[in-house]
Write a protein that binds this ligand. Structure first.
Ligand code: ATP
Length: 439
């Protein structure tokens, strides 16, 4: 049973994953802040992506490009003219909607305002999604800059820099994680669609003749990444785009979709961007953005296969997929069955009581584990309540120090999913934790 969206949103607020931004001022237009647990989990999502996409490969390098960017980039990429959504206004209640998100009513065939039900909607008009700002003290046309709406252009405009400095050659990729900004008309569904969000994008440059093969390869790889990190296969699907749905730069796209409580939604788009971007930037900048294959003497503009995922949206999908409720000893509990690589804390260190006698040993254990994994330390409330709290935030293992520990130097390890407990000597604790968390 998938959880209700409200359950997940409440847990996020209650436990410190995600807070509405500027909450003391009544919030600020679908922006969110990541709290003490959210920042850990979001970092883990990004680290898991980086590990798979960069660390475990020898054909991908990283990049961290500027967010504030030259209008020339967005003129060349086509975003200034085509990165638009069709906007309609409801003349009755004044709400604004994306025309492509409104479905005709099956009964009367008319399009109704989702807010007030009126059919008095304006004709769609194009609305550019890029945030515009000014660099320096003067607000004139010469000082216009844009907040990037995708990280990908950073990879394209640095193609030559990376090629010349990294000793890579196609097929090779440039990976980047960072914030992107889109002035979405209808943000919503919690952090699913926000105006400020984080992306994880790979631009993989290949010889044109190999593009189809690499597109298939990355579709498979990316779908598998979510499964390996714990999203059940039946909650995921790969949906190829129909021809008319394709972006202006793409010859083929498939989305990795997750079954959200409100229906299927995109986590990641995998696109064959062809040589569109490199050619566009070559033409606009006058630089030659191609590759000379020294062995064959052939010069070509690489095609680009792009797996583009959202870090914030993906974190939310992992939370929803992990959310579960069960009963332990007749008591209901909420448990986040997160993969240990994504959980905010891998281990919680819990002295059975706050008495002075247990605390030094508990702190000794904490000191042993902190260099290894992210630990929580909690010494107040009954042990049962502390276990429930750790279950609810997804901590896979609790290590409890009790009065016997003072005699036998053994601690109890409790497993989140099975709630089974076992005793382990402190001397063997690091090895045991490493084994259980496959570090
Ligand atoms: P949509 O159709 O939902 O607007 P898109 O197809 O425009 O998304 P892409 O440009 O392919 O999205 O961006 C790649 C990924 O970035 C998306 O799959 C999503 O995970 C993430 N993303 C895009 N827009 C947003 C947003 N407004 N809020 C959160 N994540 C986003």
């Amino acid at each position: 049973m998938p959880p209700e969206m409200d359950d997940v949103v409440n847990l996020c607020k209650r436990r410190g994953f995600v807070f509405p931004s500027a909450e003391i001022y009544g919030g600020f237009r679908s922006t969110y802040d990541y709290g003490p647990l959210g920042v850990l989990m979001l970092r883990n999502v990004k680290d898991a992506w980086w590990r798979t996409m960069v660390q475990l490969r020898d054909d991908v390098v990283g990049l961290d490009a500027a967010i504030l960017s030259s209008p020339r980039i967005w003129a060349a990429s086509g975003h200034l003219t085509t990165f638009t959504d069709p906007l309609v206004d409801c003349r009755n209640c004044k709400e604004r909607w994306r025309a492509d998100h409104l479905e005709p009513d099956p009964e009367d065939g008319a399009v109704h305002c989702p807010n007030c039900g009126s059919t008095d909607l304006t004709e769609p008009r194009s609305f550019n999604l890029m945030f515009k700002t000014y660099v320096g003290p003067v607000e004139d046309d010469a000082s216009v800059a844009y907040l990037r709406p995708e990280t990908a252009q950073g990879q394209f405009v640095n193609f030559l820099n990376v090629l010349q400095t990294s000793r890579k050659r196609p097929p090779f990729g440039i990976a980047q994680i960072g914030k992107s900004f889109r002035n979405e008309i209808t943000p919503g569904n919690f952090v699913f669609r926000t105006r400020e969000f984080e992306q994880m994008e790979l631009e993989f440059f290949v010889p044109p003749s190999e593009a189809d093969r690499w597109f298939e390869y990355w579709c498979r790889e990316r779908l598998e990444w979510y499964v390996k990190l714990g999203i059940p296969q039946d909650q995921l699907r790969l949906r190829p785009h129909a021809q008319e749905e394709l972006s202006h730069y793409s010859s083929a796209t498939a989305d990795v979709e997750f079954s959200f409580p409100w229906g299927w939604g995109e986590l990641e788009g995998i696109a064959n961007r062809t040589d569109f971007d490199l050619r566009a930037h070559a033409e606009a900048s006058g630089e030659r953005l191609d590759y000379l294959d020294q062995t064959t003497g052939e010069r070509y503009v690489p095609y680009v296969i792009e797996p583009a995922a959202g870090a914030t949206r993906t974190m939310m999908a992992f939370l929803i997929a992990a959310y579960d409720t069960d009963e332990i000893g007749g008591e209901p509990r909420t448990v986040l069955r997160l993969d240990h690589r994504l959980a905010p804390y891998q281990v919680a260190v819990l002295p059975l009581s706050r008495k002075d006698t247990l605390v030094p040993t508990a702190r000794e254990v904490l000191g042993l584990l902190q260099p290894l994994v992210m630990c929580d330390y909690d010494e107040t409330q009954s042990i049962g309540r502390r276990y429930r709290r750790q279950d609810e935030i997804g901590t896979p293992l609790c290590v409890t120090i009790d009065f016997d520990t003072l005699d036998d130097r053994e601690v109890t390890i409790r497993d989140r999913d099975t709630t089974q407990q076992s005793r382990v000597p402190i001397d063997k604790l690091v090895e045991e934790i490493k084994g259980r968390l496959v570090l």
